[in-house]
Design a protein around this ligand. Sequence first.
Ligand code: NAP
Length: 208
Amino acid sequence: MRTIVNAAMSVDGKLSTRNRTQIAISGSTDFDRVDELRAESDGIMVGIGTILADDPTLTTDRAENSPIRIIIDSDARTPPDAAVFETDIPVYVFVSDTASATQIDMLEEVGATVFQTSGERVDLQSTWELLDQQGIDQLMVEGGGELIFSLFEGNFVDELRLYIGSLIIGGKNAPTLVDGDGFTADFPHLSLESIRQIDDGVFLHYTV
Ligand code: NAP
């Protein structure tokens, strides 16, 4: 399964503000690029932090494909009234084996397919194996920084597509592209494939 991380960040590497509120980092031309990538993917994944902060629909405006929406959510905290449940496109929620049965039932009632993995946090190795078995050839990951760190740490990322908007957000508590514990050794190294100006920002395409 090919895993492509896509994100938009400020010049200082932030994904959003310290209040975790979503802000416009890119413009319509980059939205269109992101929408095209969504439409060509079989699955779109985010962490529960992104669901709680942004309440995204994770859908594409292009009619030709409807990628499965996938949420990484150890404690099954995804709200049953989240925007992802407003359309009939499947939603997979990966939880840990300590997630509450009541929370899982509530998610199944609103149409989610819930997968339990072992451990207190979602086990990404078994998640990737299961998604592969489900026929997902291309997975797009839309954030946030906690999940992206785990994906680099576990060596799951094949490509990084990054838009850098020409603004500063600042704040030591504002989410960055790669949060988690960070690396002190064995830093993931990327190959720069292309650079392109889009609107007044820069689009960088890396392979890992
Ligand atoms: P996140 O990465 O979306 O979700 C992180 C959560 O996922 C963790 O706290 C953890 O919560 C859960 N998780 C379960 N298993 C995990 C594992 N193995 N590894 C890592 N996480 C795991 O949240 P975030 O870092 O807080 O990012 C959200 C922020 O990013 C928001 O402010 C949003 O606006 C912003 N954002 C920006 C962009 C952009 O392109 N600019 C894109 C997406 C998000 P549990 O332990 O409860 O499961």
